[in-house]
Design a protein around this ligand. Structure first.
Ligand SMILES: O=P(O)(O)OC[C@H]1O[C@H](OP(=O)(O)OP(=O)(O)O)[C@H](O)[C@@H]1O
Ligand SMILES: Nc1nc2[nH]cnc2c(=O)[nH]1
Length: 184
């Protein structure tokens, strides 16, 4: 799907596919450097992080292993409920492993804060976070994030994995929705 096919649903493109590709290449180079000689496990948080995981993993030169977790903190709407449920747990035992959580977005930070405490209780050798997007103005908790793609304004965004009511995940860019779409 491209920008034209979005019709009147899209308000604006915030981050283009080209900007995302460039940023992921930079982040991948940093990660390659930081984990040289290590056996890195990257953990994608479903569903939103699918695109970031796929593109980041292919931009890395090092061999990594990949695993997935699905958690739910949002209902059908656009606000975090703060209540996190595991919908799918890791297949990997992460005790003693170097683990990098890969997220599409940190908004309130509630999901990640919960995930960090859950995964750190499993005894990884190291645990860090990489996110494509972060909304500093929306933060409800302070989180130490090692790899950040873009800090963005406090607006609801879709595309590149991010949905509204399960739609728009397949847009190759990140954009904002027209207020009439979500009743904003
Ligand atoms: O910082 P927070 O306010 O907690 O928001 C961030 C979370 O929200 C999104 O997931 P969502 O719950 O929408 O599920 P999805 O990835 O399956 O779309 C996103 O992928 C993060 O995991
Ligand atoms: N689609 C989408 N999901 C989110 N989850 C947390 N923040 C957002 C956002 O801005 N857009």
């Amino acid at each position: 799907m491209n920008e034209k096919d979005m019709g009147t649903d899209l308000e604006k493109v915030l981050i283009s596919k080209e900007e995302i590709d460039l940023k992921l290449a930079e982040l991948a180079a940093e990660i390659d450097r930081d984990y040289a000689g290590k056996d890195l496990l990257i953990v994608g948080v479903l569903k939103g992080a699918v695109m970031v995981m796929a593109d980041l993993a292919r931009a890395l030169s090092s061999d990594v292993t990949m695993d997935w977790m699905a958690v739910s903190s949002y209902g059908a709407g656009t606000k975090s409920s703060g209540v996190v449920r595991i919908l799918k747990d890791l297949d990997t035992d992460i005790a003693g492993r170097d683990v990098l959580i890969v997220e599409d977005i940190i908004d309130s930070g509630l999901t990640l804060s919960w995930l960090l405490s859950n995964l750190s209780s499993r005894g990884p050798a190291s645990l860090r976070v990489c996110t494509l997007l972060r909304k500093p103005e929306a933060a409800k908790v302070d989180i130490d994030v090692t790899y950040i793609g873009f800090d963005i304004p406090n607006e609801f965004v879709v595309g590149y994995g991010l949905d509204y009511a399960e739609k728009y995940r397949n847009l190759p860019f990140v954009g904002t929705l027209a207020p009439h779409v979500y009743g904003g």
